[in-house]
Each structure stands twice: as structure tokens, then as C-alpha cells.
Design a protein. Structure first.
Length: 708
């Protein structure tokens, strides 16, 4: 499954920190419609300008060799009075500070990296380095989406390369950095803006969201602006008192048409003004009476604020803004009040980090500016000291372990895992919970800005299991329901269907002992032809979970009922001992599978075709990147493959080994099969001889034949 996002596809969402000044890569134009005479790299300095660039270096890397093809020392130069600095083609307007010859910036798969004064110099032709790295963008084009994974593993570890879509706009386009939320940035595709503020259009809501909050100071009143998209019907804006977690007041709102609408809010009943919470729900105001308890219904949007001495409870933040932090007041509420606007370009909700203090703009688009943060230095080493291997974009997150029905209800959790077994970014990953009775989404959680641990695990659950993101104990329903994982730039529920399908990564459909075994709507949409899983509460004397024991995504047979192992290898049943393969081995029977591979040139079989063969055999995520060390040729009707296949995890290695061992091997020939290494990066040494008839017409039909 290839990771592709349309117009706004993220490749790098670095970890950032707020500082008073920093230098960053803000825009790159590497591919022009005709002649490449408008190429440029734009740097931006947030701080006092002009500022000297002494000690800074730009390095351009080739994705095929992972080597530098151009190195530019920026010493002796400085930013302009607005903070911009341009390196680009001589034909570009405005005039660049450093000229590049025509067609200098490669179109991808490639990378551009910015290094600081403490870097270890890389000469042209030198290998990619993470020492002294300040910022980087790793990119590909839709014409060549593979090949930059090695650069990404060093320059932007845990993230996949950005795909610049040259067809996204009429005319030219560039890769532009835009502020998303709090300290999160992302790259987007937009019309070029050299030496100018990037084109970062604000998103539009799928239904309705909080757009602006204006409360206090001394009159203890104000209003909340709601931005309405295609939503209609009754909504309730609820104000919670954070000292009690009870409803202070509620206000009804009826959406009839798109637009921006103000809803009055009174804060007189709050026990303290320095901290409060707003939540927007679908439904009538009668569902949210004064002094009512904190609703466990997921809000459409929420905004929670406090100051350094008055913070909301964990229970309130976990329920209203899971995985996010409250907005922190920098001035006294009594004197300055609260005046914040939604300015982040992210399309998710329930995140106070999207808001900044700005002047009021009633009924109009928010008065936002281009906000900055600084990338942290990044290296190719994790905290464990392991070097991260290249992670291909075909390898993506899985649902790994699920506990929906713990004995006390306080240890429910959902564990995600990345098959690389390394720290990975969860940018644009969404966890969605779907009700099996209605087929509708009842909980939706975006994970942007989060990272797995060093072994690829990420835990969402109640506080008792020590999760990365805490949710209330009764969030996960016991079934019949579904837990689904998506990769999407916008909420999957925005798709409009009851059961979203776009960007689907993995799904588990499960039931209780007394519920419907078929649940046709969920299974047909997510896991067609499969029966829902049953978390049998009587299977073990203590607690139990549904644990992944196979590598295939969207395959419920990969799960077993086991004892809980959060953040650890699943407690799967041991596999039966399989006798070692014979010394001579020829794979000459391959079920009934065949594949047509284009070969118009009549050249020798390429590694890509061998990767297709191996993937159809094991269905375990093998791509051409994994067989770079394999020599493949076609001679006398036979396909010969000899070399090393890189497996990204023990599970993938075991899957390949298991499939090879389980095949009926009827012939004898010289063959070597060895498995080496420990941990997640393992090499599978193979020498396979596949007997195939070759038909050079429209393509090559690879099938099997008996040995003579």
C-alpha cells in the first residue's frame, strides 16, 4: 500500500521547539513546467534581520546514490530585512542572492539539507550525513516515487519522503512549509512565492468547528465564533467549569448554511475565570443541562485553556482534547480576557494548539500571520543507538494488540506498531472507532506530531496502562464494533460515508459472545469474507487481548487471543518446528498464481519483477527496495535470482522463511538458504531458480512448469 496524499502530502514533520530565532528551509521549487529556469531554495530566519549566514551550508543530495551533488557555503551572505534568503536560477524574480545554473536542482528522488556551524563537512560526492543538521526536506515526484528512503532514514528519520505533484496546479508549483498546530509544521504544494510569505490557505470544516474565542475580561461575557461547512441541524456549545468538571452553561446553535456565526457565552457562573473548557456537540441543548456531568460523547470540536497556576483536570483533557495540551494564557484573564483565533492549516479539531492570540475579526476570515518554530537537530540514531535502516513507504502502521474488555474496565488499550521496529512518525495517521450497530464513527483520533517508541510501538488507552495518549476508560466499546487505522490528511469521517474506505491501513472487526457473528455492514466494508473476532473473556484466567501473530494487514486470521503485552512482543503461540530445507532447492510449483510483467525491451528480468514474484508468494510487504542486492536474469526459460533480500522485521523474515518452507519442492538443484542477524533489520540470503516459460508478446507470463 503506497503512502500517497493528494495536494498536501507530508514528507517531513520534524520535532520542533519554540525559540526566539532560527533558520529554516521554507520553500523549494525543483521542477518547472518547461525549462528549469525558475528553480530556487528559500531560507527564512525568524529573528532580527538582516542576519549573517556565516557557518551555514546547503547540501543537495541525490536519492539514487545518497551522495551530495552540490554543496553551497552560505558564509559571507545575510538574509534580507524580512528574513528571506534565496538560492536560485538567474532568471528568477526577485533576484537570488546566490545564482544556480539552469536545471541545477534535481527533480527527485532527492533531498536538500541545511547544516549549522557545528556540522561535519560533506564534500560533493560525499555520503549523506546527519551531523550538524538543522533542517531538511526529502522529496520525490509522482514520476519517481521510490529511491529517497535512504536519505529520509538519515535526514528525516521516521517520516516518508514528500511527493511533489507536478500536476496539482496549472503552471508551476513549489514545496512550501506551513504552520499546522503548536510546534508542528508540514510541507504543502502551492504556487511559488519566492522571498514572500508562503501560500498556506486555511482549511474549511467538514461540518462545523470553533473558529474564534473571545471571552472576558471584566464583564465576564463574550462570544465564540463557529465556522460552518456543510453541516445542518442542532448543535450545543457547552462551557465546563474545570474545578468541578460540570457543565456551567450551554448554548444552542442551529446550522442552516455555510458561513461564520457568533454564539454568545456567559462566564458568570464559572468558579474561576483563569481556566475553562468549551466543547461543541451534535445534538439539542437538552442533552447538556446546567451542572450536568462531563459528557463522554466525543465532541465535534473543543477548546480548553488555563494559566500556569490553574490547569484543567486530566479527566477533562483526556475526554475533550485527547493527546493535546490546553491553551496557556500569558496575561491575566481579568485584565486582558481571552482573544484567540484558529490559524493552523491542519484539518483536525479538538486541538487548542491550532489557536493563537490575535485581534478580533468578527464575521471575517481570521487575522493570521505566518508563524514560525525551529527544527531540532536531527540525526540517524535513535536513543537506543541503533541505526535506522531505509523504511520504504509501502511499509506502514498496523493494529498490533487490542484490549476492549478488561476485567475492571481500567486497562483497555489499542497498540499500534510499525513493522520497521524503529521510531516512526505518526503524521496523518488516524485511529477511528466504528459502532457495529449503526455503522457510524463514534470516536476519531488524529495522531499528528506523535512518534512511536524506539521499537515502533504506540499505545492509546486508559491511564493505568501508561499510554502515549490517554483516553477515558469507557471510550472503547466491547463490541460488536470495529477499530480502524487510516492514513489521511483530513478526518476519515469527512469522506461522508458511514464507513470510510479512503486511506485504509488496517482494521479489526470484533464482537462479544452474544452479538451477531456476521455484522455484514462492517465486514463487507473493512474485512470482506471474514468473520469478526471474538475476544473470549473465558479463554484465560486473567485478562486477555486480541494480539497480532501474523504480518498480513486487514486479515483477521492473523490475530490470536493472548495475555496482554503492551509495548512488548506479542505473546503468540510458538510455531511448530519445521525441518530444515534440503541442500538442493528449486521452487518449481507456485500454487495457481501467475503474473504478467511488462518487458517490451526483451531485456533480462529486473529486480522489480522479482520483487513482484516474491510479494505474490509471501504477501508480506516486499518491494523492489528490498531486493537491491539480488541478481536476477532469465536464461533458457528459467528465472534465476541470487543474493540478499532485506527484511525490515522479524515477522517479515519469518513469513518469507515459512512460505518457502511450506512450498512443495519437487526438484533438486544447487540452492542456499540462510537467515542471518538479530533484531529488526535482517538479511534473508536466497538463491532461487524458478522454472518459467517466457512469452514475449505484450509481456512476460511468469508461471511454473514441472521439472524434466
Amino acid at each position: 500500500m503506497r503512502v500517497e496524499l493528494s495536494l498536501v502530502c507530508v514528507a517531513l514533520m520534524c520535532v520542533f521547539k519554540q525559540t526566539s530565532s532560527c533558520l529554516m528551509i521554507s520553500e523549494v521549487n525543483c521542477d518547472n513546467p518547461k525549462l528549469d529556469d525558475q528553480e530556487f531554495v528559500e531560507l527564512y530566519y525568524e529573528g532580527t534581520n538582516p542576519t549573517s549566514l556565516d557557518g551555514y551550508t546547503l547540501v543537495f543530495y541525490n536519492g539514487n546514490s545518497d551522495m551530495a551533488y552540490r554543496v553551497i557555503d552560505l558564509s559571507g551572505h545575510h538574509t534580507d530585512h524580512r528574513g528571506f534568503f534565496i538560492v536560485g536560477s538567474s532568471e528568477l524574480t526577485p533576484r537570488p542572492a546566490i545564482f544556480l545554473p539552469l536545471n541545477s536542482i534535481q527533480n527527485g528522488p532527492d533531498a536538500i539539507a541545511l547544516y549549522g556551524p557545528n556540522w561535519a563537512p560533506v564534500a560533493e560526492g560525499g555520503l549523506v550525513s546527519g551531523v550538524g543538521l538543522l533542517d531538511a526536506v526529502v522529496y520525490t515526484s509522482r514520476r519517481s516515487v521510490d529511491g529517497a528512503d535512504g536519505l529520509a532514514s538519515v535526514l528525516t528519520p521516521g517520516s516518508v519522503p514528500y511527493v511533489e505533484d507536478e500536476t496539482a496546479l496549472e503552471g508551476d508549483e513549489s514545496i512550501q512549509r506551513c504552520w499546522q498546530s503548536e510546534n508542528l509544521w508540514s510541507f504543502y504544494t502551492g504556487p511559488p512565492t519566492p522571498a514572500w510569505v508562503n501560500h498556506c490557505p486555511p482549511p474549511t470544516p467538514a461540518e462545523v468547528w470553533i473558529n474564534e474565542v473571545n471571552l472576558g475580561g471584566s464583564d465576564q461575557s463574550g462570544h465564540v465564533e463557529l465556522s460552518v461547512g456543510m453541516a445542518t441541524g442542532s448543535f450545543s456549545l457547552v462551557l465546563y467549569d474545570v474545578t468541578t468538571d460540570l457543565i456551567s452553561t450551554s448554548q444552542a446553535f442551529i446550522a442552516k448554511e455555510p458561513g461564520i456565526f457568533a454564539v454568545p457565552v456567559k462566564t458568570t457562573s464559572l468558579s474561576g475565570l483563569q481556566s475553562a473548557a468549551l466543547a461543541l456537540y451534535k445534538g439539542p441543548i437538552s442533552d447538556f443541562p446546567k451542572d450536568g456531568p462531563l459528557s463522554h460523547k466525543q465532541p465535534i470540536d473543543a477548546f480548553v485553556y488555563g494559566d500556569s497556576a490553574h490547569m484543567p483536570s486530566d479527566n477533562l483533557t483526556e475526554t475533550l482534547i485527547p493527546g493535546r495540551k490546553p491553551f496557556i494564557l500569558t496575561e491575566s484573564f481579568l485584565t486582558a480576557g481571552l482573544h484567540v483565533s484558529r490559524c493552523g492549516v491542519a484539518e483536525w479539531t479538538r486541538d487548542p494548539g491550532l489557536f493563537v492570540t490575535r485581534p478580533r475579526s468578527p464575521g471575517k476570515p481570521n487575522d493570521c500571520v505566518w508563524f514560525q518554530s525551529c527544527p531540532l537537530n536531527m540525526t540517524s540514531f535513535t536513543e537506543s543507538g541503533r541505526i535506522q535502516p531505509p523504511i520504504h513507504s509501502d511499509v506502514d502502521f498496523l493494529l498490533n494488540e487490542i484490549n476492549t474488555d478488561s476485567p475492571g474496565g481500567a486497562e483497555d488499550f489499542i497498540e499500534l506498531w510499525h513493522p520497521s521496529g524503529f521510531r516512526m512518525s505518526l503524521d496523518f495517521i488516524w485511529l477511528v472507532l466504528i459502532n457495529g450497530q449503526t455503522g457510524k464513527v463514534y470516536y476519531e483520533l488524529e495522531l499528528n506530531g506523535s512518534y512511536t517508541d524506539d521499537d515502533g510501538y504506540f499505545l492509546i488507552g486508559s491511564s493505568k496502562v501508561g499510554p502515549d495518549i490517554r483516553i477515558s476508560t469507557d471510550t472503547i466499546q466491547n463490541g460488536p464494533d470495529a477499530i480502524v487505522l487510516y492514513r489521511s490528511k483530513s478526518p476519515p469521517s469527512k469522506e461522508g460515508q458511514n464507513i470510510p474506505k479512503s486511506g485504509l491501513l488496517d482494521a479489526v472487526v470484533y464482537r462479544t459472545r452474544w452479538s451477531d457473528e456476521k455484522m455484514s455492514e462492517l465486514t463487507e466494508a473493512l474485512t470482506p469474507g471474514q468473520l469478526p473476532l471474538l475476544e473470549d473473556i473465558s479463554a484465560l484466567p486473567a485478562d486477555e487481548t486480541l494480539s497480532r501473530c501474523g504480518a498480513q494487514r486487514l486479515n483477521l486470521s492473523a490475530f490470536r487471543v493472548t495475555s496482554p503485552t503492551p509495548r512488548k512482543q506479542n505473546n503468540c503461540p510458538s510455531k511448530p518446528t519445521i525441518p530444515p530445507p534440503p541442500e538442493g532447492l528449486v521452487i518449481n510449483e507456485w500454487s495457481k498464481t501467475s503474473v504478467v510483467i511488462a518487458n517490451d525491451s526483451h531485456a533480462d528480468c529486473a529486480q522489480e519483477e522479482f520483487a513482484v514474484l516474491l510479494e505474490l508468494l509471501c504477501n508480506c510487504g516486499i518491494s523492489s527496495l528490498r531486493v537491491k542486492g539480488v541478481n536476477v536474469s532469465c536464461e533458457a526459460g528459467r528465472l534465476y535470482a541470487q543474493g540478499s533480500v532485506l527484511a525490515v522485521s522479524d515477522q517479515q523474515r519469518e513469513r518469507i522463511s515459512e512460505i518457502l518452507s511450506d512450498n512443495k519442492l519437487l526438484c533438486s538443484a544447487e540452492q542456499e538458504l540462510q537467515v542471518h542477524g538479530a533484531g529488526s533489520s535482517v538479511a534473508l540470503q536466497v538463491w532461487l531458480v524458478l522454472v518459467v516459460p517466457l512469452l514475449f508478446t505484450l509481456g512476460v507470463l511468469l508461471t511454473t512448469s514441472p521439472c524434466s
